[in-house]
Design a protein around this ligand. Structure first.
Ligand code: NDP
Length: 248
């Protein structure tokens, strides 16, 4: 019988995959600590979860600020006493070809998609080491396995998430810390993610792909719940999950 009472920190919890995961986990008894920048969205989500009897707390969090991410970890420990799972989920995907020189967007992706994950590890790892248990679930992408024109920087950040996660996994295995690491690589999921694309030459094509094939965010939430439920001596290290009809 699996007990569902884990303390789960979720970055990027104000929409999409993060929001769906918070709803699913609290329905089954896990406690969630929500971080994202749009506080009003977090508040609304927290109200909905509480109305359903779930346990939730949130803090306005910009994952590009290490102090915000540290504060989120402290909120989790002060409120619920521990951190069992850290879902590094915050991300953005402003695709564009290199010739457009959207350098600000390149930097933003590096800051959120890579450094945000690193700050999550820096905040969660000491707590998990102390507990001698924990689980990082780091959201990469199918784009972390293959790239395409217009997706170079996004893919680069998602390849990085996989490299970082695998090294962390090996280090924690070596240390015998009982900390698990999962890389979760979704394909097209119906969320607000394509709204981050400003390149009008690419946006239409990606919107068409998403409206043709995307699966609901709840599918990814179910996968998070599934990997969390693996017995402690077993770690689901890498999962690709995409729509059945998605080609690339
Ligand atoms: P959404 O755009 O719906 O959600 C992205 C979340 O990231 C939002 O909650 C947003 O909150 C948060 N976020 C963005 N910037 C920051 C920041 N600086 N600090 C804190 N939070 C931030 O998209 P998804 O749910 O789809 O994205 C979740 C993850 O899934 C991302 O890492 C994405 O790359 C990955 N993914 C998604 C796929 C898809 O097809 N949807 C496919 C493969 C991977 P706020 O703006 O309030 O800060």
């Amino acid at each position: 019988m699996i007990e569902h009472n884990k303390v789960v920190v979720i970055t990027g919890a104000s929409s999409g995959i993060g929001e769906a995961t918070a709803k699913l986990l609290t329905k089954r008894g896990d406690k969630v600590v929500l971080g994202a920048r749009r506080e009003e969205r977090l508040q609304k989500l927290a109200d909905e979860i509480k109305a359903e009897g779930g346990e939730v707390i949130y803090a306005s969090t910009d994952v590009t600020k290490r102090s915000d991410v540290e504060a989120l970890a402290k909120l989790a420990v002060d409120t619920f006493g521990r951190i069992d799972v850290w879902l590094n989920n915050a991300g953005l995907m402003p695709h564009s070809t290199f010739d457009k020189l959207h350098v600000d967007e390149w930097e933003r992706m590096v800051d959120v998609n890579i450094k945000g994950v690193l700050y999550g590890i820096a905040a969660g790892l000491p707590v998990m080491r102390e507990q001698k248990s924990g689980h990082f679930i780091n959201v990469s992408s199918v784009a972390g396995h293959k790239t395409h024109p217009g997706g170079g920087v996004y893919s680069g950040t998602k390849y990085a998430v996989r490299a970082i996660s695998e090294a962390l996994r090996q280090e924690e295995a070596q240390a015998g810390s009982n900390i698990r690491v999962t890389i979760l690589s979704p394909g097209a999921v119906a969320t607000e993610l394509p709204n981050t694309i400003t390149d009008t030459d690419l946006k239409g094509g990606i919107d068409s792909l998403y409206s043709a094939v995307a699966i609901p965010a709840e599918r990814i939430a179910e996968t998070v719940a599934f990997v969390m439920d693996t017995p402690e001596d077993t770690a689901m290290n890498e999962i690709i999950i995409r729509p059945t009809i998605q080609l690339p």
